[in-house]
Write a protein that binds this ligand. Sequence first.
Ligand code: FMN
Length: 666
Amino acid sequence: MSSPSPPPPPSPSSSSGTNLPSRILILYASETGNAQDTAERTAREIRRRKGRCLVQSMVEFDIQQLPHTPLLILINSTHGRGQPPPDMVNLWSALLRSGLPSDILEDVHFAIYGLGDSSYEKFCYAGKILARRMISLGARLLTAPASASAGGSVNGTTRADGSQALDERFGRGLYISGQERREQQEDDIDGDEFGETACLAWGDERAPEGLEETYLPWLEKTMTAMLPLLHPPPPLNPPPAPITALPAPLYRLSPVSRAAPLPAPPTAVERNGTLDLGPAGGGGGGERKRVAQSLAEGDDVLQPGWVWTRLAVNKRVTDDGWFQDVREICLELEQAMEYAPGSICSLKPQTSEEEIQAFLHMNKLENEADQPFIIQPLDTDFLAEIPLLTVNGMGGLGGEEDQEVPLHLPRGKPTTLRRILRDHVDVRQPPRKSFFEWMARFTTSELERERLEEFLADSVHPGEIQLLVGLVEYKTNLKIKRKGLLSSWLQDLPQGYRIPTGVDAPTLFLPPQSANVPVILVGPGTGVAPMRAFAEERIRQGQGKNTAIYFGCRSRQHDFYYADEWEAMRKAGVTVRIAFSRDQDEKLYVQDLIKEDAKMIKEWIYDHHGNIYISGSSNAMPKQVRSAVAWSISDESGVGDITREEADKYVEDMFMSGTRGGEESW
Ligand SMILES: Cc1cc2nc3c(=O)[nH]c(=O)nc-3n(C[C@H](O)[C@H](O)[C@H](O)COP(=O)(O)O)c2cc1C
């Protein structure tokens, strides 16, 4: 499919010349934190490259500002059966209002990353419908590389003349037409038609490399497309800070009292009136009391819109001998609250005291654990060393807003480390990649840092070079036995021996120009080693299903290299074909398997201009592989439409020109 033409950049502006996008807005909607983590990671990358950005939950976003948001990154997950996370619902409902003009978002340039799990029927559906709706309202999906020249600005004339009218239209009463909703829901959206360069990607938790597989390429495209549109664009020189450099802080922990630490925080039961705050010592006086009161009230625990309930019934309803402990729970509301059958009730759990204590002890933080502080946003203007512009009509993206404290943490209320651990974070959560990134930034041990960096590295076998070396043995013309210098030397080396090693850039095995060009890898014998590396890289790029590998060996028992890896490769979508030449009466070689797969070979090589890579013996094998490919794409196989002669020429041209994958994609 062909890609759409790239959207125009935010254009040089109006007479006022003031509507220049100086910040990127990242909006996320997350249920269990992955999308939020991805949004924050994206923000760190923008800031590392000296761009400005603001991260906000969709639930907090003022929808009326959407048409005035020139540079937007959307990151959201999918829940339920293809539903948006609750935090996206308001924005989504507003976007579905009937009668919205089809150009209402024409000034918005956006990138989108959806998170999901392909084992669900509606994979990343919330992200897909969001992308589709944004486009249908005139928003422009960015493509990389940006065709924009740096320093563009948004069409101020449109905004200056039309912003109020747009606000009114967005502010009108909520009415979603059934037809419109159906169209949104029933559309079969996969997003592929936007082309490979579009800044749109769907993250799959099931993928072998998890979300990383699509996130990293998407991030790179989005950075390339969006950063030059900032005004002024981030400087290319000096280069961005190293990925493991500690970024500037976004928040300050301001102590609220210099007095002695408060007693241990109240539990939910204590909060109900039995808490003894102890003597107000240390001269903290009124302030200390006020803080203690706030903590006792649990001000820092309740999220906006939440209420306190009291546990009235907690009864086991399964028999003692039954394998599962099921509870009937009744909560009494302390404040009136409306709900209907089908409403979703969320409860905020607490980390156990033992776990908190273990955490504090391990990190030597026991002395600080009960010191009250307030988390405050820092002035983030210093994050990018770029002069800030005064921007009109930018919905707070011009620099007047700092990065707000994330919603899951207490905002503007006194809290303590112990309470953060108890009420606001999940110390049992398996660590995400970003956690290791932070560890690498904070560790003071060189060895630990090296290990973490290897772990984070973007390569399949970080910190290793894997080789498959066959011992070279031969007889000279005078029948004298000889061994190859390197291979025989390696044979007897003890583990731990230091070897001078060099690495040069690839010259023969160049990847196709676009990752989604199909690739066929043929590697009999030890020739399989580079093909295995190639296949692993293709899987990492999310192109497993566009990759086939043909491996040939003598027998399953004697020389079946990487025997325990092929199944995993198959599971990652790769077509793995193995020819054991001596395991049956009739000899079977890679070229025979290629012929068996004539239909696929013809589609990949002839119809979709795929690449073939061959490695291994330089004797008859490469020629026989070429011949098998030509046969497969010709009318001789019954699959192709061209004559054998034409097919031979086609394949010969491929090999002579060393063509690296056609421009066309699937
Ligand atoms: C109850 C539940 C339902 C889900 N439903 C879907 C779904 O319909 N489609 C999908 O692609 N992913 C689905 N997922 C996977 C999530 O989108 C995925 O775990 C994502 O990383 C969560 O991101 P978040 O932590 O930001 O909410 C579901 C996950 C859960 C726990």
